[in-house]
Design a protein around this ligand. Structure first.
Ligand code: SF4
Ligand code: SF4
Length: 334
């Protein structure tokens, strides 16, 4: 069912939600925006040219998190707060990324209790992208500026109104009591969504990309595309679908901690013997691209990139994954 709320009434709605739930939303954070617990609705930052720099995956998989505490031979599990949480303003590319990561962390045989607990208590209220940024390419990878994957509610911004579509039961319950969507707004909503799609066309061609990447696995292509890479890891830390982590024992604190890690770091794949199966930038770049555009397809038949454009925007040397994919398709060994 579709509902509506006037933009001027949104702060009051969020304040109402804040009385019974912890609400996260994009807020100003220096020169960028970031998802934080909302305490002051005046700090809401919904109208930026693109999504938050820091990906909302951190709400489910914190950059650093204590898994358990121990002393001598005893250990204590970490109990996560059971509290209703609402994420307002997550973009469809980032919600799709959460759904992709569910396939990793909410595995039927080996579910991750930390991820699962957070996921179960969070309601995702998406904000569709009426004016996608130049770096967005979600339609290329099977998503879209108003894609509903992973969302409980999808909001569409019109001039003075947000339309709110309840997608799940959780979403329906949250919207109970709001006015139903008027017919005029329904038409405007469809027009807004179609305009955004037109803006993103034409899409980058990805047909056959997996086979092509396997075919050029041993080629000189990777050396060429990785030459400028600094190995800083920004592209992977900011990526909403990257999930590599390392687990370390902080023995002085008696804590076992999970930290984000990245395959773009040289030591990531270094083994205890000193051998490193990916010793060069070329192999590490290849791993990053193969994982997203070949291995994810092998595992769940989906590309592991949602086209959010963060790696394009924030790579300090301008390496653009869209060019890597485009050029890979055209690559012929000299
Ligand atoms: S952000 Fe750019 S320079 Fe840094 S690791 Fe990624 S591709 Fe390399
Ligand atoms: S690979 Fe780049 S564009 Fe794709 S989801 Fe990750 S950060 Fe976004």
């Amino acid at each position: 069912m579709n509902y509506q709320i006037e933009k001027k009434d949104l702060p009051a709605l969020l304040q109402q939600w804040m009385q019974s739930a912890q609400v996260f939303a994009p807020v100003e954070n220096g020169s960028f925006t970031k998802f934080k617990t909302l305490s002051d609705v005046d700090k809401l930052a919904l109208d930026g040219p693109h999504n938050t720099r820091y990906p909302p995956k951190a709400l489910f998989l914190p950059q650093s998190e204590v898994l358990l505490k121990y002393q001598d031979r005893d250990f204590a599990a970490i109990t996560l707060d059971k509290q209703q949480q609402i994420v307002f303003g997550i973009r469809p590319c980032d919600a799709s990324a959460v759904a992709l990561l569910d396939t990793v962390f909410d595995d039927q045989d080996y579910p991750d209790p930390y991820w699962k607990t957070r996921r179960e208590q969070i309601i995702l209220v998406g904000l569709g992208c009426a004016e996608p940024a130049e770096t967005c390419f979600c339609t290329t990878v099977g998503s879209g500026p108003f894609d509903k994957t992973g969302l409980d509610i999808l909001a569409t911004p019109l001039e003075d109104v947000y339309t709110l579509e309840a997608i799940t039961e959780k979403g329906s319950r949250l919207l109970e009591g709001l006015p139903a969507l008027a017919n005029d707004y329904h038409e405007q909503m469809l027009a807004t969504q179609n305009n955004a799609l037109d803006y993103l066309n034409p899409v980058l061609e990805t047909d056959g990309i997996k086979d092509k990447l396997y075919a050029i696995f041993e080629s000189g292509y990777w050396q060429q595309v990785s030459q400028a890479c600094l190995g800083c890891g920004v592209c992977t830390f900011l990526c909403p679908t990257c999930f590599c982590f390392d687990i370390v024992d902080e023995t002085q604190r008696g804590e076992r901690v999970r930290n984000w890690d990245t395959c773009m770091f040289r030591v990531y794949s270094q083994e205890a013997s000193g051998h490193n199966p990916r010793p060069t930038r070329s192999e590490r770049t290849r791993q990053r691209i193969m994982h997203k555009y070949a291995y994810w397809l092998d595992h769940i038949d989906q590309i592991g990139c949602t086209g959010c454009g963060r790696c394009v925007r924030y790579c300090p040397v301008g390496i653009d994954i869209r060019e890597i994919i485009r050029d890979a398709r055209a690559w012929r060994e000299a």
